[in-house]
Design a protein around this ligand. Structure first.
Ligand code: PGA
Length: 305
């Protein structure tokens, strides 16, 4: 066997590169890792120098990952996965005294997920909690490449073999500005939405997908006026009178009028959906993840929306 040469690259450089390759952007990687753009660029440059290959190339106003870059991305993803398994094994030796709970929630869960985790954190002070909050597509990516073990979402992807636990009702409602004329009506037919300017979350959002599925089921085609990347931005645009939108009731305060909003009495709404806790059916769970699932039923039964 040839003599082992330790790699010249560092974990930090690999972590930075993996983020750049996955997000396809130096700026976004910097944001994700809390690094400045020049720091990201320097780390990538050093990595290229150590390996003697180009990993990224300029392309238009952004970057493109080269073939060598794609191979390194795969190798880095595999290495990190292996390292996580090693850490999990190490923690398993220490029972629930130590370890990491890796969990991701779709954007709308930000309104309640901290309360769940607080309970868990109190019971298991030695367990670190790694929570990420993002839209459905990104949460699915995290689950797929094992950056998280557990996820909370409304629409688990049918293509993945997942176990699911129904947790919390997630009624989807139509919102409009506080003074929208429909608030004086008892019921408005769903078909009327086709004549309202339509504001919606970005592609990749589960809320958007659920709304689209509902409209398709009822044969309504609202005209999209604007796409917004967060629930809060959506609410502000609706309150400003730019249009109407579908949103989780949990994303609104108890009295939406205080936010300049009203829940509109549209027939077929609220759409009754549920958030589910999901995890890979065939993968071995860490003790913290197992403990969280075991406690979830109890925790949820005590929280009312
Ligand atoms: P999202 O959330 O719109 O932030 O992707 C969807 C969901 O509640 O599952």
């Amino acid at each position: 066997m040839s003599k082992f040469r330790p790699p010249k690259v560092t974990f930090n450089q690999l972590r930075t590169f993996e983020s750049v390759a996955r997000l396809g952007s130096i700026t976004q990687a910097g944001r994700e890792l809390h690094l400045t753009q020049p720091t990201v660029t320097v780390q990538i440059r050093e990595l290229q120098h150590s390996l003697g290959v180009h990993l990224i190339e300029p392309s238009g106003r952004g970057i493109r990952i080269t073939e060598a870059g794609r191979r390194l991305q795969q190798a880095a993803t595999d290495m990190f996965g292996l390292w996580r398994h090693f850490e999990d094994d190490l923690h398993a030796l220490q029972g629930l005294e130590r370890g990491v709970l890796r969990i991701a929630g779709v954007t709308t869960t930000e309104y309640f997920i901290a309360r769940w985790l607080q309970r868990f954190a109190q019971r298991h002070p030695g367990i670190e909690i790694d929570l990420s909050v993002d839209n459905r597509d990104r949460v699915i990516d995290r689950l797929q490449d094992e950056r998280c073990e557990l996820a909370v979402m409304m629409l688990p992807p049918p293509s993945m073999e997942l176990d699911t636990l129904d947790c919390l009702d997630n009624p989807l409602v139509v919102i409009g500005p506080r003074d929208h004329p429909w608030i004086r009506r008892r019921k408005v037919p769903v078909s009327a939405l086709a004549d309202e300017p339509w504001l919606t979350r970005e592609a990749g959002s589960g809320t958007r997908l659920a709304a689209e599925q509902h409209f398709q089921a009822w044969g309504v085609q609202p005209v999209e006026r604007m796409t917004l990347g967060s629930n809060e931005a959506l609410k502000h645009a609706v309150a400003a009178g730019m249009g109407v939108a579908v949103l989780s009731r949990h994303a609104l305060s108890r009295d939406p009028a205080q936010e300049g909003l009203a829940v509109l009495p549209v027939a077929t709404f609220p759409v009754r959906r549920q958030w589910k806790l999901v995890w890979h059916r065939k993968r071995r769970l860490t003790l913290p993840a197992q403990a969280f699932i075991d406690e979830a039923r109890q925790i949820l039964s005590e929280l009312s929306p």
